[in-house]
Write a protein that binds this ligand. Structure first.
Ligand code: GDP
Ligand code: IMO
Ligand code: MG
Length: 427
């Protein structure tokens, strides 16, 4: 199975980093295809915790080549400090490769991200403030900066000036902020040109040739299906396409080359930032889940909103991404509940719905219909086979599988690399 895409099935932070790392030493290329350093992927190896924002999680396996595709927006300061931070910890990232077409996030994107959020007030998205949305806006508006622009100083200067012309008016006249100096931005970006140059490649050619040679390529999704700008809970989404199809757009690998799509789903639901989440628990049960799952953002440290597993949410993701498999994470966190509710439908304006509503207004008003499953009290964190799980845990997993429409091939029972149950081999 040479080409495999890993996609978040809910609203992010499902454990994509851990699931990716776990496939580890059998992966030749690990590729980020969308998003930027809004992502925070945590991997725990031998008790050491790594939080990755731009580099793919495959970096923690020495034989895997980390690749950043054209669909990613890159903050070069963050990328450099991530590489340097890993080097200090003995992880070599000097073989990282990046597309010449990846777009750049720079100072003015971060400033605009923050001021627009402030301006939106109650209508804010709750972004990570990393400048991701404004960088994608510039890309679509055709005034973005690409990695290749770093190698032509005069083109870069012109592009920065063009991008800032409008933005400075906006910053000064509307947002009451200081003007940003295009020369300063250009000089700073050019300071990255020399170190990044040897890493820049044609990612489409690289990956297609690798697949021709029978290598294993893993596309590591960031964010998730329901944060997708087209398929998610718009406008409470990120500005890119985290869905499996985004792996093709974001790297230049055609859809017929993808062999497997693995949805990563948490055994309950979390969300960071604003937007609808029908199963959110606003009472002490939500706090209990948050504490048990240590649900605080890897990137911003914000509290994650917590709630029960919403089968309709994962089902929609399974369909649109054509999941061949699901990796169910954080099952251990549910240990100790007498009953575990699972959302199997919504009541919307008095009518039962068995799939996600057509409109966002309806979704905002969706009231979950729960099925209650029996919980378990046994510690499952050292289980390594499905049969070792308590009977009620097995029933819980099987019921989710039935509801979601894709087979559960892996189960996470703890944050560490080895704390997983392989039901079906993913590679
Ligand atoms: P990602 O963004 O999808 O990679 O997920 P994050 O890394 O942001 O959040 C997932 C968190 O759960 C991290 O702290 C992981 O170390 C942790 N984690 C992943 N899988 C498991 C699991 O099966 N059990 C437990 N208890 N923690 C897990
Ligand atoms: P990983 O890869 C969870 C959310 C933000 C906000 C919305 C838009 O770790 O799963 P943005 O900064 O992208 O413009 O913010 O998307 N968001 C995430 N939530 N995990 C992530 O990434 C996220 N990346 C963005 O909280 O609601
Ligand atoms: Mg995360």
């Amino acid at each position: 199975m040479p080409a495999i895409v890993v996609v978040g099935a809910q609203w992010g932070d499902e454990g994509k980093g851990k699931a990716t790392d776990q496939l580890g030493d059998r992966v030749d290329y690990c590729v980020r295809y969308s998003g930027g350093n809004n992502a925070g992927h945590t991997v725990v190896v031998d008790g050491e915790r790594y939080a990755l924002h731009l580099l793919p999680s495959g970096i923690l396996n020495p034989d895997c080549v980390p690749v950043i595709g054209n669909g990613v927006v890159v903050d070069l300061d963050v990328l450099l400090s991530e590489i340097e931070g890993l080097a200090v910890r003995g992880v070599d990232a000097s073989h990282m490769l990046i597309s010449a077409n990846s777009h750049i996030i720079t100072t003015y994107h971060q400033v605009i991200d923050k001021v627009t959020e402030r301006f939106l007030g109650k209508a804010r998205i709750g972004t990570t403030g990393r400048g991701v949305g404004p960088a994608y806006s510039d890309k679509v508006n055709r005034i973005g900066l690409r990695i290749q622009d770093l190698f032509d100083a005069s083109i870069l200067r012109q592009k920065v000036e063009a991008a800032l012309e409008q933005k400075n008016h906006l910053l000064v006249k509307v947002y009451n902020r200081r003007e940003i100096d295009p020369a300063e931005v250009t000089e700073h970006l050019l300071s990255h040109a020399e170190w990044i140059r040897p890493h820049v490649v044609d990612v489409s050619a690289l990956l297609n040739e690798a697949l021709d040679a029978g290598k294993v390529v893993l596309f590591e999704g960031a964010q998730a299906h329901h944060l997708d700008v087209d398929h998610g809970t718009y406008p409470y989404v990120t500005s890119s396409n985290p869905v499996a199809g985004g792996a093709c757009v974001g790297t230049g690998v055609g859809p017929t080359r993808i062999d497997r799509v693995v949805g990563i789903a948490k055994a309950y639901t979390t969300r960071v930032g604003e937007g609808p989440m029908p199963t959110e628990l606003l009472d002490s049960n939500g706090d209990k889940l948050r504490e048990a799952g240590i649900e605080f953002g890897t990137t911003t440290g914000r509290k994650r909103r917590c709630g029960w597993f919403d089968a309709l949410v994962v089902q929609a993701a399974a369909r649109a991404n054509a999941f061949t498999d699901i990796f169910l994470t954080k099952l251990d966190v549910l240990t100790g509940w007498e009953k575990i509710p699972v959302c199997v439908g919504y009541q919307v304006n008095g009518i039962r719905q068995d799939s996600m509503p057509l409109t966002q207004s309806e979704f905002h008003h969706a009231v979950p219909i729960y099925e209650e499953l029996d919980g378990w009290t046994e510690d499952i964190s050292s289980c390594r086979e499905f049969d070792e799980l308590p009977k009620n845990t097995q029933v819980y997993v099987s019921r989710l599988e039935e509801l979601c429409g894709a087979r559960i091939s892996g189960i996470g029972v703890g944050p560490s690399r080895e704390q997983s149950i392989v039901v079906n081999d993913l590679l």
